[in-house]
Design a protein around this ligand. Structure first.
Ligand code: FES
Length: 107
């Protein structure tokens, strides 16, 4: 099973403000969606490789800055085209004010 990796302090995350972080060799996006809930998604749009972390969060969804595809923050599912494949959502845990993420794609 993959290891948990610390990627940020919780107090460094403003609500609904995405942040690009590294998870080992991978670039991922994390976002605080409430006081005690953080999500982590792939930072690569499935439409044409846009950086999701540069997008805007509105009503629980993040919009790709390149062509406007929307993805659900909670599931990574596509909510609006031109993307048709969702983003992988990584497991997140919060401990002692630290955000931990695990890359479970090959577990
Ligand atoms: S690269 Fe994201 S919508 Fe096109």
């Amino acid at each position: 099973m993959s290891d948990w990796i610390s990627v940020s302090r919780l107090d460094a995350l403003a609500k609904d403000s995405p942040l690009a972080v590294e998870l080992g060799d991978e670039h991922i996006m994390i976002a605080r969606i409430s006081d005690d809930d953080v999500v982590a998604l792939e930072d690569l749009c499935t439409h044409d490789g846009g950086e999701i972390s540069s997008g805007c969060i509105v009503d629980g969804a993040i919009e790709c800055p390149r062509h406007g595809a929307k993805f659900c923050l909670k599931t990574g599912d596509v909510l609006a085209p031109p993307a048709y494949e969702g983003l992988h959502r990584f497991p997140v845990k919060l401990e002692d004010g630290v955000v931990w993420v695990r890359d479970d794609r090959w577990d």
